[in-house]
Design a protein around this ligand. Structure first.
Ligand code: AMP
Ligand code: TRP
Length: 339
């Protein structure tokens, strides 16, 4: 139903809040590129307003934003085909977020697990922005009437909230204005786990650098991290079902599958029965082969900040051209004089 009335449009975002990990690449960026190459209209954002919901050093934030843009480009996003921009340069996001702050309910926000995780024990001391974060995310998406949002598994709850906000707005104002966006959570690597603990997500904020592969790691570092990755003593099984209860083995197989664009079944067919002493070097070679060109291209692009800034400015102008009439219509629906 959504697709019939709204032009298919893809939106997603990543926070410029530190280095990019293999989790970001496989769970998000690689899939952003696939969707661009499918021929969909695609917008990909560096969500700097989301990043400052926790403290960011200003100089580091600026660098991380440009580095994320370089990462997008190095992964294969093409500014001629995808709109690439940073969130703060399109004021419609923050404006629509305010409307959504007045649509979303406190109780909905209180259920968000990412807030609970990030706020930790001292929730009273978390920023108000961290609490309101999912309403801004809904605004990112709905300012473009985006219909499809590729993300990793951890964003599922936020996308359900986005649908709830759209539905409540449509209901309260008796309109059929915002689409009910579809999350696109697909592939073998929607949840890449820590290399040190198969029950924890691979994350740029994990204190242990050995837990993750960064897109900027060199070949030796990548190989070392995979060699030292936690595993159990058994060799890989022949059947996918036998990975049950072996989270670390499962994680390495998922990563292998996603990097080689194969199904987990195919990987098991080729690698089942191999001990980790054999499988890990294969995985390391594959990871280096995929990531080395991305990290060297990122380093090259970072030499020319003016070019990155130019791409972002052009992307913001194109994004605004879509978001402005949608925001104006929203204001009209709400009853704002002058809209
Ligand atoms: P963030 O770095 O939190 O802004 O996340 C940006 C995107 O990367 C989101 O779509 C996340 O779901 C995805 N992502 C982050 N970490 C992982 C992971 N370990 N596995 C899969 N996807 C991830
Ligand atoms: N919340 C997402 C994350 O932490 C980032 C994000 C912000 C996003 N706005 C978005 C993702 C809109 C998809 C669509 O990963």
């Amino acid at each position: 139903m959504t697709e019939a009335r709204h032009t298919p449009r893809v939106f997603s975002g990543i926070q410029p809040s530190g280095g990019l990990t293999l989790g970001n690449y496989l769970g998000a960026m690689k899939r952003f590129v696939d969707m661009q190459d499918d021929g969909s209209e695609t917008l990909y954002c560096m969500v700097d307003l989301h990043a400052i919901t926790v403290w960011q050093d200003p100089a580091k934030l600026a660098r991380a934003t440009r580095e994320l843009c370089a990462g997008y480009l190095a992964s294969g996003l093409d500014p001629a085909r995808s709109i690439l921009f940073n969130q703060s340069q399109v004021p419609e996001h923050a404006q629509l977020a305010w409307i959504f702050n007045c649509v979303a309910r406190m109780g909905w926000m209180q259920r968000m697990t990412q807030f609970k995780d990030k706020a930790g024990k001292n929730a009273q001391n978390a920023s108000l922005g961290l609490f309101a974060y999912p309403a801004l995310m809904a605004a990112d998406i709905l300012a473009y009437h985006a219909t499809h949002v590729p993300v990793g598994e951890d964003q599922k709850q936020h996308l359900e909230l986005t649908r709830d906000i759209a539905a409540k707005f449509n209901h309260d104002y008796e309109v059929d204005f915002f689409p009910l966006t579809e999350p696109v959570i697909e592939g073998a690597a929607t949840r890449v786990m820590s290399l040190r603990d198969g029950s924890k997500k691979m994350s740029k904020s994990d204190p242990s650098d050995m837990s993750r592969i960064n897109l900027t790691d060199d070949a030796d570092t990548i190989a070392k991290k995979i060699r030292k990755a936690k595993t159990d003593p058994e060799p890989l099984p022949a059947e996918v079902e036998e990975l049950e209860g072996r989270p670390e083995a499962r994680n390495l197989v998922n990563i292998y599958a996603a990097l080689s664009a194969q199904s987990v079944e195919q990987v098991m067919r080729d690698c089942g029965g191999k001990p980790f002493s054999e499988f890990k070097p294969m995985l390391a070679d594959l990871a280096v082969e995929t990531l080395a060109p991305i990290s060297s291209e990122m380093a090259r692009l970072m030499q020319d900040e003016a070019e990155i800034d130019r791409i972002l400015a052009e992307g913001a102008a194109r994004a605004r051209a879509i978001a402005t009439p949608i925001l104006r219509e929203t204001f009209k629906i709400v009853g704002m004089v002058g809209a």
